[in-house]
Design a protein around this ligand. Structure first.
Ligand code: ZN
Length: 255
């Protein structure tokens, strides 16, 4: 999990949110058994533009587990404070309560929203600094604080399939590091270095884990005196996959 600047709502959002809240109240008075989830499902097509905007702001990744989502699902608005709990219904159309989350993280936290010494246990990536609460040891995640530990538990951030995904991404990052340092061709070294810088950026998958690992393995690259110039995110995933695959044999020799 990394900190994300959600930014202010898109133009016209406040008016739309007010109107949707009015319709929710009206529908609720007509249908006493109507749940917040059913109503949100009904109006989902009306919120496609906001979902797309939110997806851009959250770098097309799950705000919690940092898995890239565009290849498995359309952007899906989720609620930090769960809409299924009556005390949080007021936050249903609150831009600051919306985030992008994958089905697994969302399913896992569901309606749970416990309190840790007067603060929500669940870390809010748009408000908290997750690095103060969570640490990575290779692909394994550890809660450093009570809120960090509870966040891991609530979201299942240590679930084995997710840890396997992180491990497999780390293998690719490791290959890039070898190629950046020792590839025979200078051109390949330079491409691998560029891609490593992309892997450290917010838009790359599992950036918090990559930063932790590279801080240990390549501290000057991970924590440069001057920030690296930004590497374009376009096609980053494919470029990493292609370079690693094309130079697999060379990487094997370097290990
Ligand atoms: Zn997730």
């Amino acid at each position: 999990m990394i900190h994300i600047e959600r930014g202010s709502p898109p133009p016209g959002f406040e008016e739309k949110a007010t109107e949707l809240a009015r319709r929710w109240g009206e529908a609720r008075s007509r249908e006493s058994k109507l749940t917040a989830s059913t109503f949100r499902q009904r109006i989902r097509p009306e919120l496609r533009a906001e979902a797309a905007e939110l997806s851009k702001r959250f770098r097309r990744k799950c705000a919690f587990c940092e898995a890239r989502m565009e290849h498995v699902q359309h952007p899906h608005i989720e609620h930090y404070r769960p809409k299924g709990r009556s005390e949080f219904e007021a936050y249903m159309f609150d831009w600051d309560n919306w985030l992008l989350s994958c089905g697994r993280c969302n399913e896992s936290k569901w309606k749970h929203f416990p309190d840790c010494s007067g603060m929500p246990c669940l870390l809010d990536p748009a408000f908290d600094q997750p690095g103060q609460h969570l640490a990575f040891h290779r692909q394994d995640i550890e809660g450093l604080t009570e809120r960090g530990r509870e966040t891991v538990r609530l979201l299942g951030l240590d679930r084995p399939p997710l840890a396997r995904e992180r491990a497999s991404w780390l293998v690719r990052v490791g290959s890039l590091l070898l190629l950046a340092a020792c590839a025979k061709e200078k051109r390949v070294q330079s491409e691998a270095r560029q891609l490593l810088i992309w892997c450290l950026q917010d838009d790359a998958p599992f950036a918090a884990m990559t930063r932790a690992w590279l801080s240990h393995e390549a501290p000057r690259l991970a924590n440069p005196a001057q920030p690296h110039p930004r590497v374009s995110e376009a096609d980053g995933l494919n470029r990493v996959a292609r370079l690693v695959a094309e130079h697999r044999a060379e990487t094997q020799q370097l290990i």
